[in-house]
Write a protein that binds this ligand. Structure first.
Ligand SMILES: Cc1ncc(COP(=O)(O)O)c(C=O)c1O
Length: 314
């Protein structure tokens, strides 16, 4: 039986769209809604499900029974892949950058409970993750394996993310001026651009890069989306707060205050940086009164337990 017939697959539908009230939005006359992809599913949440969906369909079409991917010790992608593998009955392997003692952290201990096998590699080996001969070797070791790239970003990630634009139309929000997302490997931004190209060409798409020196991602996006120049999109590269996983005092404070004021849980590695950047743009009067903005909540809340453990975010 195909996993698409499973109750769970059928249950993962559209994510809710939540209208936000906040003193800053009222003062500036800006309308903000949050597309709550964090609520898509308790374990396969956020943009992870969007990017995985068509990859899982392809794995099944190719009669692959084992999913393999790459990530850091607190990776949201590895966490979601392990959950999806468990629920949809694939075997799973995570190739993890770092040492074996990470196996007991909250992210990775959960992935093992879901049955994922972990293979810890040093940085040098990890860097081979995109090299054809290394991937071919992994494939030859296990012909039933379907390999997903780090972060789950590949061509098949695009249509799943583009569904967000379709859902927004069905949720009758009317014309949206801007959509914001956090950006790591850029698959989510590319998917939004692709969806907007087909269905909402006047909407501007924004990615807030959570890592330093992210300019190279523009090329990734051009490779992932045909005719990307036909919509207006912008990669914000100055809001990384020091680099990937770096959490400034100001960012930390913002995240706590944001959650307190809106009751929407966020974390400081992805969604926190995106909302912090958006808030600064609103404060600086970047948007005229009446502007309608949608921010994508890409999930990642599982990472909070690890950040607490490392004393990086209390
Ligand atoms: C919670 C969260 N938000 C946003 C992103 C960024 O998505 P992308 O890698 O597609 O740019 C990621 C990483 O995949 C993530 O884990």
């Amino acid at each position: 039986m195909s996993f698409t017939n499973s109750v769970l697959y059928q249950q993962i539908g559209a994510s809710p769209l939540q209208s936000i009230t906040h003193p800053l939005l009222t003062e500036k006359g800006v309308q903000l809604s949050i597309k709550r992809d964090d609520l898509l599913h308790a374990e396969i949440s956020g943009n992870k499900w969007r990017k995985l969906k068509h990859n899982l369909l392809e794995a099944e079409a190719q009669q692959k029974t084992h999913l393999l991917s790459f990530g850091g010790a607190f990776s949201n992608h590895i966490h979601a892949l392990a959950a999806a593998s468990y629920h949809f009955k694939f075997q799973a392997t995570g190739i993890i950058r770092g040492e074996a003692h990470y196996a007991s952290n909250p992210t990775l201990s959960q992935t093992q409970k879901w049955g994922m096998k972990l293979n810890f590699v040093d940085r040098k080996t990890y860097r081979l993750k995109e090299q054809a001969d290394y991937l071919q070797q992994l494939q030859q070791q296990n012909p039933k394996v379907y390999i997903l790239p780090e972060g789950g970003t590949n061509n098949l990630a695009i249509p799943g993310v583009a569904d967000i634009i379709t859902e927004l139309k069905q949720q009758h929000i009317g014309p949206v001026d801007h959509i914001f997302t956090a950006t790591g490997s850029a698959g989510t931004l590319a998917g939004l651009i692709s969806g907007a190209l087909q269905q909402s060409p006047n909407t501007q798409l924004h990615g807030v890069a959570v890592l330093k020196n992210a300019d190279y991602l523009r090329e990734t996006i051009k490779q992932l989306v045909n005719k990307e120049h036909q919509v207006s999109w912008h990669l914000h590269t100055e809001n990384h707060e020091g680099g990937y996983g770096k959490i400034s005092q100001a960012l930390s404070q913002f995240c706590h205050q944001f959650t307190q004021q809106t009751q929407v849980p966020i974390e400081p590695v992805y969604t926190g940086k995106m909302f912090y950047a958006l808030w600064q743009l609103i404060e600086q009067n970047h948007f005229p009164k009446g502007t309608k903005i949608v921010a994508l909540h890409t999930g990642g809340l599982q990472g909070l337990a690890g950040l607490k453990l490392l004393n990086k975010f209390q």
